[in-house]
Design a protein around this ligand. Structure first.
Ligand SMILES: [Zn+2]
Length: 406
C-alpha cells in the first residue's frame, strides 16, 4: 500500500507543478519550489519529466536577484488538443481547444430535422462535425485526446447518458456510446451548464474559484464550481436550480411540478410575457430562433418585446439572488440564448439583486458569458481530465468528481 501511496503522491505533485506552469505565462524551477513548498530536487525531477514529455518548454533565462539566472519555463499550449461541442436541438457549436483551453477553431452548424426532431439527425451532424474538426486539428505531441459534448437535460457524466433532452422524446439515451460508435476518439459527456461553469472558471485563472454558470435558454441549467471543482452531487446531476419552486401555485413545469424557476425565466416564458404585454406571438411560435427575432424587434423599439425581456430579467434576477444567497460564489455568469439580450435583462437582474440578495451578497458580480463557453468548457473538461487526473480518464469518468485544476 505504501508503494501505491507514493505513486499517488508523485502524480499529485506532478499535476500541481504542471498546473502552476500552465497558469503562469512564464515561471522557473525556483519559483515553483517557493509556490508549492516542494524541495528543489523534486521540482527539478518533475520539470525534467514534463520537458521530456513535451508539456513544458525552456525558453531562456530570467533576471536574477543575485546568483545564477533562472531558466524560464513555459507550458506547451500546443502539446495536445480536444474537440468541444455545444449540442442543442437545432444547432451545434464545435471548437478545437489547445491544451491551455484556448479555441483555435470554431464552427457553427444548424441541425435541420425532417418533420420530428430525432436522435439520429443529431448524431449525424455530431459525427460530420467531429470528423471535420479531427481533420482540422493541428499535429501535436499528445494528439487529439477526445471530444467533449455539452448537452442539455439531465446528463449523467459518469455513464454518459442523458434524460429529458428538451424537445426529444425519450427517457434515457446513452449518447456517449452512440457517438463513440461513430467517432474513433474518446467521448466525454457533461451537462452544458457544467461545461459553461468550467470554462468561466478558466476565464480568470487563480482569481475566482467559486463560480456559478446559468444556462438560460429553452430551459435553465446551472453549473456550480466550488473551490475549483465542479460540484456534481451524489449522482452527477446537481445544479437543477431551474426546478426550484419560485411560485407555489404557479405554471405547470415539464418536470411535473408547479411554479419552477425555469417556467418564469426561460425561452417559453418569454412568449407568455409578450402576450401579457399586449404583443402578438403568432409568427414567433414556429421559429427555432425566435429569441433573435424578439431581440431584433426589441432593438427596433417594439415595446411589448422590451417589456417581455424586462419581466424575464426580473425573474432571472429572483433566481440569481436565491443562488447568491445560498452559495455566495465569487461570480455568477449568465449564458445561453437569452444572454444575447443582456442589454435588456442585465439591468433588471442587477436591480432585483439589490432587493432580493442579502446586503453582503449584492456586490457579487453578474457577468455575461462568452458565446462559446459551453463548447470551450466541454473541450477543457476533456483536456483537464487528461492532464491532471489520468486515472479518472482511464476509468471513463467512473468516479464522481471530474477534473481537478492545480
Ligand atoms: Zn420543473
Amino acid at each position: 500500500m505504501r508503494n501505491v501511496d507514493s505513486t499517488a503522491m508523485r502524480r499529485m505533485n506532478k499535476a500541481t507543478v504542471l498546473g502552476l506552469i500552465r497558469s503562469h505565462r512564464t515561471t522557473s524551477r525556483i519559483d515553483i519550489a517557493q509556490m508549492t513548498g516542494l524541495n528543489k530536487a523534486t521540482v527539478s525531477y518533475i520539470v525534467d519529466e514534463l520537458i521530456n514529455e513535451k508539456w513544458v518548454h525552456e525558453i531562456g533565462f530570467g533576471s536574477s536577484s543575485g546568483g545564477r539566472k533562472p531558466v524560464l519555463l513555459r507550458f506547451n499550449a500546443n502539446g495536445a488538443y480536444a474537440i468541444g461541442m455545444d449540442v442543442q436541438l437545432h444547432s451545434l457549436k464545435t471548437v478545437i481547444c489547445n491544451a491551455r483551453g484556448e479555441p483555435v477553431y470554431k464552427r457553427d452548424s444548424e441541425i435541420v430535422h425532417v418533420s420530428q426532431p430525432s436522435h439520429e439527425r443529431l448524431l449525424e451532424v455530431i459525427e460530420e462535425q467531429a470528423r471535420a474538426a479531427m481533420t482540422a486539428t493541428p499535429a501535436s505531441p499528445h494528439g487529439l485526446v477526445g471530444v467533449g459534448l455539452g448537452l442539455p437535460g439531465l446528463v449523467n457524466a459518469n455513464d454518459g447518458t442523458v434524460s429529458r433532452f428538451p424537445g426529444l422524446d425519450f427517457t434515457n439515451w446513452d449518447v456517449r456510446s452512440a457517438v463513440a460508435q461513430r467517432v474513433p476518439i474518446p467521448v466525454f459527456c457533461d451537462n452544458n451548464a457544467n461545461c459553461g461553469a468550467w470554462s468561466e472558471l478558466a476565464r480568470a485563472p487563480g482569481q475566482d474559484s467559486n463560480v456559478v454558470y446559468i444556462n438560460a435558454g429553452t430551459s435553465i441549467g446551472t453549473g456550480v464550481v466550488m473551490a475549483g471543482r465542479l460540484y456534481r452531487g451524489r449522482d452527477g446531476r446537481a445544479g437543477e436550480f431551474g426546478h426550484t419552486t419560485v411560485m407555489p401555485m404557479g405554471q405547470r413545469c415539464s418536470c411535473g411540478n408547479y411554479g419552477c424557476w425555469e417556467e418564469y425565466a426561460s425561452e417559453r416564458s418569454l412568449l407568455r410575457y409578450i402576450i401579457e404585454a399586449g404583443g402578438d406571438t403568432l409568427e414567433l411560435e414556429h421559429e427555432h430562433d425566435f429569441v433573435q427575432r424578439i431581440l431584433d424587434g426589441a432593438h427596433a423599439d417594439n415595446r411589448a418585446y422590451i417589456r417581455a425581456f424586462n419581466t424575464l430579467g426580473q425573474h432571472l434576477g429572483i433566481g440569481i439572488a436565491n443562488i447568491a444567497n445560498a452559495l455566495t460564489p465569487d461570480r455568477i455568469s449568465v449564458g445561453g440564448t437569452l444572454s444575447r439580450a443582456a442589454t435588456f435583462i442585465l439591468p433588471e437582474i442587477e436591480r432585483i439583486m439589490k432587493y432580493r440578495a442579502l446586503s453582503a451578497n449584492r456586490s457579487i458580480p453578474i457577468t455575461i458569458a462568452n458565446v462559446n463557453s459551453v463548447a470551450v468548457g466541454a473541450a477543457s473538461l476533456v483536456l483537464d481530465a487528461m492532464l491532471f487526473d489520468r486515472s479518472e480518464r482511464l476509468a471513463e469518468h467512473s468516479g464522481a468528481p471530474a477534473a481537478t485544476l492545480n
